[in-house]
Design a protein around this ligand. Structure first.
Ligand code: FES
Length: 81
């Protein structure tokens, strides 16, 4: 798999609902970050399913370098400028 594009440089907070599915963009090309908009079509990327464990504000990774996908782990702070 090739390296994903950088979809953003800060996490995006989203109010998620317990038990609801969300489809996180893994390719970095979606215009609807942090979620998939189909822009990965024709690539080796596919969206990642996230089922919210509880109703809360979740901080989704947009840089696509997190080791805790789909949530932010602070990896964006180590991106080259
Ligand atoms: Fe990026 Fe679908 S648009 S995974």
């Amino acid at each position: 798999m090739s390296e994903p594009a950088i979809g953003g440089r800060t996490p995006l907070p989203v109010e998620v609902e317990a038990g609801k599915d969300y489809w996180w963009c893994t390719c970095g090309k979606s215009a609807k970050q942090p979620f998939c908009d189909g822009s990965h079509a024709g690539s080796s990327f596919a969206p990642m399913q996230y089922t919210a464990p509880e109703t809360k504000k979740a901080f989704f990774c947009t840089c696509k370098r997190t080791a805790n996908a789909p949530l932010c782990d602070g990896a964006h702070s180590k991106l080259p400028a």
